[in-house]
Design a protein around this ligand. Structure first.
Ligand code: D41
Length: 668
């Protein structure tokens, strides 16, 4: 092929990439749509004539690739965390207080605030400037490979822009939100209706559905866009602030929401929220709040994360959408711990694009306070993905036919006695053998964040308990194939699949296992903390109150509950049976790799030869934990130059103080 043709193709490609950037990212096009189309057609023609010219990053490749059989799963190098939610100014100020306390900062903290896009989270990976992979967020740890689909999105550069101020990094993982603008959504739904296809309920569902198309030619027809809001692993670039990250992404050709704003202090971030909320209905896309992030990356590292969300960011959600409907009846559900929870059954109503037919009523006091009666017309609200709730009764709609609700004195499932302990809002069924509790405990045990037994859905658990196949989660591991096949909708193949999934779940982590046991007040995060501290299940089972209280983040409520759980004979027998069936909660051995397990460090001041971030990484690499504030549970305070008040506090609490030399000894 002639050199001139190759050069022409390269020229056209470069021009299209540049016009894409000007149009989609900077919103400052230099050429008309017609001119753009002309360049595109010339390149398509050339590539048609000389297929060997086609490169994977050619702008013509956005039309979609051959359909896939299924999506491959891709692990995220760094987990994609979720966001903690705040719903009012008090919660946002409390967030700021927490941040300041952990950082020991009295001055105003600088935040970056961004509109919170109501779309679907995606990760892009660029290697040496080329888009090599795109994945969904999935469960935060592993997503699905949607590269072919994301390549069709015009706002996603297939090649990063080389800019004079930033060189192309060897690796760049970018996170952002894929969404569909409101106008495009309406137009798109109209077309679907005309074609006799079912419309999407809202732009978020449409965006998520489009990304999960096995046929990327379909995705290419969908009006998807993307705003980038953060990074994962990066090699060959570094940033000091979140603000710098957003600007860096823009320089590299990625689209960042132009409404991002840097705020000095929390009050300024609250002003920003009010501003965006007032503009909300004039924006071209759906926004469900703003995200407020600590700007300084060094601060972010100090603050660290809980198991699911970083401590340095919060989503400040807009007031939820509300709707009125009729409350048909109030049903009482019995939970895992025996708590009786009233649930409102509603005439189905669409609230902000989601059909709602049930709402939580919390507890009897709440019902009494709001005077909610069966048959009432009620105002319900839904905030993001939270369970809908009843705000109030529309009294003007009362007819006098409504029925006052009374909590039952006996368990609606097993009929045994119900008690309300002092200081608790809920009545509880105290029969541990109550089938409702058994079912809920097993569902929890098998759930995604616990043992994650695929195919063991709620309906199946209910059936198995009702038919007497299982009485506790320990029975799952001795299930017989032929008894399973007798169940409704359980063919041989699904029985085998279930047994395989149960077998699979036997290799798990100790923190998942602790969480799965369903100990009251032991959520995912505390389970992790306990696993880290006690390392083995046996050690945790033997522990006493004093040792538990010594663990950071464990208070009297958790410690009492843990002790009571392991004192219970039935619980111990269950655990023994599970372990003897070959369940192996993987323990992180306290051997060479984790000599600092269970130790917490606080770093203060400037160390002579290593940065705080390096020290933190080393400590964590050896199984230790670094926190922001000193308490009696702190094992060591590492003090450098100009240490500040943490050192005084360590002194007064009698916590051991190390200098850099001391730390190095411990690390070696
Ligand atoms: O616009 C958004 N939806 C958005 C989502 C945003 N502007 N920033 C975000 N930042 C994060 C952290 C702080 C965890 C990096 C996010 C999300 N996360 C997020 N999106 C979906 C799950 C989490």
């Amino acid at each position: 092929m002639e050199q001139v043709i190759k050069e022409r193709a390269a020229y056209l490609r470069k021009a299209l990439n540049r016009h894409n950037y000007l149009y989609y990212v900077l919103d400052e096009p230099e050429v008309s749509d017609a001119e753009y189309d002309r360049i595109m057609r010339e390149l398509v023609d050339l590539e048609g004539k000389y297929p060997e010219l086609i490169t994977p990053d050619s702008p013509t490749r956005r039309v979609g690739a051959p359909p896939l059989e299924k999506f491959e799963s891709v692990p995220h190098t760094i987990p994609m965390l979720s966001l903690e939610n705040g719903f009012n100014e008090e919660e946002i100020r409390a967030f700021d207080q927490r941040v300041k306390k952990l950082l020991e900062e009295d001055a105003r903290v600088t935040y970056t605030a961004e509109p919170k896009m109501d779309g679907t989270a995606v990760e892009l990976i660029y290697e040496n400037g080329q888009l090599v992979r795109a994945s969904t967020r999935g469960d935060g740890f592993t997503g699905e490979d949607i590269t072919a689909n994301v390549r069709t999105i015009r706002t996603v550069p297939l090649t990063l822009l080389a800019d004079s101020s930033l060189s192309i990094p060897e690796r760049l993982e970018v996170r952002g939100e894929v969404f569909i603008a409101l106008d495009a959504f309406k137009e798109f739904n109209k077309e679907r209706l005309e074609k006799g296809e079912p419309p999407f309920a809202n732009p978020r569902n449409a965006a998520a559905g489009s990304l999960r198309q096995l046929n990327s030619k379909i995705t290419a027809q969908r009006p998807l866009e993307m705003f980038c809001y953060g990074i994962g692993a990066v090699e060959g670039l570094s940033f000091d602030t979140h603000w710098d990250i957003l600007n860096g992404l823009k320089f590299l050709g990625l689209r960042v929401n132009p409404l991002v704003h840097r705020c000095k202090g929390i009050e300024s971030a609250i002003e920003y929220y009010k501003d965006i909320e007032s503009k909300r209905h004039r924006l071209a896309y759906e926004v469900d709040g703003v995200v407020i992030k600590v700007d300084d990356i060094e601060f972010q590292k100090t603050l660290g994360e809980k198991s699911r969300s970083p401590r340095w960011a919060i989503a400040y959600k807009f007031r939820p959408t509300q709707e009125t409907t009729r409350l048909v009846k109030i049903e009482v559900q019995v939970g895992r711990t025996g708590a009786l929870t009233p649930v409102a059954h509603l005439e189905p109503v669409s609230v902000g694009g989601v059909v709602v037919s049930r709402a939580t009523l919390h507890n009897e006091d709440e019902i009494a306070k709001k005077d909610i009666r069966e048959g009432d017309t009620v105002l319900i609200q839904r905030a993001g993905d939270v369970i809908p709730e009843v705000v109030k009764v529309v009294l003007s709609k009362r007819t006098g036919q409504e029925i006052v609700f009374k909590m039952p004195d006996t368990c609606p499932v097993c009929g045994s006695e119900v008690v309300r302990l002092e200081g608790e809002a809920a009545r509880r069924c105290i029969n541990a053998g109550c089938t409702a509790q058994i079912k809920e405990r097993i569902k929890h045990f098998a759930s995604k964040d616990a043992l994650d037994i695929d195919g063991l859905g709620d309906k199946l658990v209910e059936q198995m308990v009702e038919k007497g196949l299982i009485k506790s989660y320990a029975d799952l591991f001795t299930l017989k194939r032929d008894r399973l096949i007798g169940l409704e909708r359980m063919a041989e193949k699904s029985a085998d699949n279930l047994l395989a999934a149960i077998e699979n779940s036997k290799r798990t982590t100790i923190s998942r296992f602790i969480y799965a046991l369903g100990i009251r007040y032991v959520g995912e995060h505390i389970a992790k903390v306990l696993a880290e501290r006690f390392v083995s299940l046996e050690r945790l089972m033997e522990t006493g109150e004093e040792e538990l209280l010594d663990v950071e983040e464990v208070g009297p409520q958790v410690s009492k509950s843990v002790i009571a759980f392991f004192k219970n004979i039935e619980n111990r027998q269950n655990i023994d049976r599970i372990l003897s069936c070959g369940v192996i909660p993987e323990t992180k051995a306290v051997g060479k790799e984790h000599p600092l397990a269970g130790k917490t460090f606080v770093l203060t001041g400037t160390l002579p030869s290593i940065t705080r971030a390096e020290a933190k990484a080393k400590i964590e690499g050896l199984g230790g934990k670094v926190t922001g504030s000193v308490s009696s549970k702190t094992s060591y305070v590492v003090a450098g130059e100009n240490p500040g008040s943490k050192l005084d506090k360590a002194g007064s609490l009698g916590v051991e103080i190390l200098d850099e030399e001391g730390l190095k000894k411990l690390l070696s």
